[in-house]
Design a protein around this ligand. Structure first.
Ligand code: LLP
Length: 421
């Protein structure tokens, strides 16, 4: 249940007809449902609480960093998983409690580490010994203790798209599991670091729980090994990665099934369990609303339905070959098979090929579903198209939560040096 539904043949977000948003805000525009975000957050939190452990849910800001979205997450008791100084600033601006902020990422830079220390964040997920040494020096010089977990790489194939797999030996993430215990010991001996836990995240859009379970089992073995060596391990960060339905009818593991598996595997761990969900919360809480510019009919092949959204607004189909359901705002019985494309000047700007859809003509409105995560957050201004606007719906009202950034505003930040005159 995601709060995008047809009423009298007209697609609504909660109680707002999407046609009204298109009329007032223009297209393309991302539309988020406050109720869907809340519902997904609650379902997830309850699911991972099944085993009775203390839990911290840190929303993966990269999936949707919009301040209004983060505010909804904060109201639901979520913290934030951040991977840059920019994301940290957003999480703090949204009012997320610092102790529920986790800083992940292989390339944290000194000013970003200092910003995390200034804010007093709950956990740095250290991804290499080199990073740990640097953080130790920065924290010690400031007379602070950085609270840390060591992120391990369990060498497990998450079975997802290779570009979003993070837990295989060849990936840049985490430290090899077989080197983790001695490295943890060396890091724990450094000044300025307080090693409190271990972390793992093997990839995104996982369609099966088996690789997650295998990774958590390895993490559990490491916790036992560390404790046997005299370390205290109070936190286990299980990352994010749970996949969502991108295609009507697809069956994926539910948050409840995930939570049950977590409860079974982590039984007896006696740690606070941390989670970094992104897509499972935001993915199906948003759509990208777009208008058909025209339908171009070529001989001998399906027509091109050219929409006003493009790969710069929603990069996932071009980048990962991802499927996003395409649905009309106004239902009608006629159908067609189409190639759905944007206006950008490369053939990669294709959302779908040979897709059976409801018949569309110039001026019709439609949505790409499952666009609430890794949609607006990955947008660019390629082809000088500006940055897409974002709207949040709340029952019968809605608000613009990100203005459209016009091409003029973007070029206003550019300078032509005198010596080019
Ligand atoms: N934690 C860490 C350390 C991560 O790297 C990620 C995602 C998450 C949590 C959240 O994962 P989620 O629950 O959303 O699967 N742009 C890609 C997805 C990249 C995910 C990167 N890391 C896409 O559009 O599919």
């Amino acid at each position: 249940m995601d709060h995008f539904h047809y009423r009298d043949g007209e697609l609504h977000a909660e109680d707002v007809p999407l046609a009204r948003i298109a009329e007032q805000i223009g297209t393309p525009v991302y539309v988020y449902s406050r109720a869907a975000l809340e519902r997904h957050a609650r379902v997830f939190r309850e699911a991972v609480g099944q085993g009775g452990a203390r839990t911290i849910c840190a929303f993966a800001v990269k999936s949707n960093p919009n301040l209004a979205v983060l505010r909804v997450m904060r109201r639901e008791g979520f913290g934030a998983d951040v991977v840059s100084g920019g994301e940290l600033a957003r999480a703090l601006a949204a009012g997320m409690p610092a102790e529920a902020i986790v800083f992940s990422g292989v390339g944290k830079q000194a000013p970003e580490m200092a910003a995390g220390l200034d804010a007093g964040i709950g956990q740095f997920n250290i991804e290499s010994e080199e990073e740990g040494l640097e953080l130790s020096a920065i924290a010690a010089a400031r007379g602070q203790q950085a609270s840390c977990a060591l992120r391990i790489n369990p060498d497990i194939d998450a079975g997802t798209h290779e570009k979003i797999s993070t837990g295989k030996r060849d990936n840049k993430f985490g430290v090899p599991i077989d080197q983790a215990a001695p490295m943890f010991a060396r890091l724990a001996a450094l000044p300025g670091l307080s090693m409190r836990g271990v972390a793992v995240h093997i990839g995104s859009q996982l369609a099966s729980l088996a690789p997650l379970e295998a990774a958590f089992v390895r993490l559990g073995e490491l916790i036992a090994e560390l404790r046997a060596a005299g370390h205290s391990v109070s936190h286990a960060d299980l990352g994010g990665g749970l996949g969502v339905c991108h295609k009507a009818g697809e069956i994926l593991p539910t948050p409840q099934e995930y939570g049950a598996m977590v409860a079974r595997v982590t039984k007896g761990w006696d740690t606070t369990l941390m989670f970094e969900p992104g897509r499972v919360i935001a993915g199906n809480a948003g759509v990208l609303l777009t208008r058909v510019v025209r339908v171009k009919r070529n001989a001998n092949r399906d027509p091109f339905v050219i929409v006003d959204a493009a790969m710069n607004d929603l990069a996932r189909p071009a980048l990962y070959g991802a499927w996003h359901d395409f649905e009309p705002v106004r239902l009608r019985p006629e159908r067609m098979t189409a190639n759905i494309v944007g206006p950008i000047c490369e053939s990669g700007d294709t959302f779908a090929t040979g897709r059976p859809i409801v018949a569309m003509g110039a001026g019709d409105l439609a949505v790409f579903r499952t666009a609430g995560a890794y949609g607006a957050s990955m947008a660019s201004s390629y082809n000088s198209r500006g940055l897409v606007a974002e709207v949040m719906v709340d029952n019968e009202r809605f608000a613009t939560v990100a203005d459209r950034i016009t091409p003029e505003a973007i070029s206003a930040a550019e300078r032509v040096p005198d010596w080019l005159d």
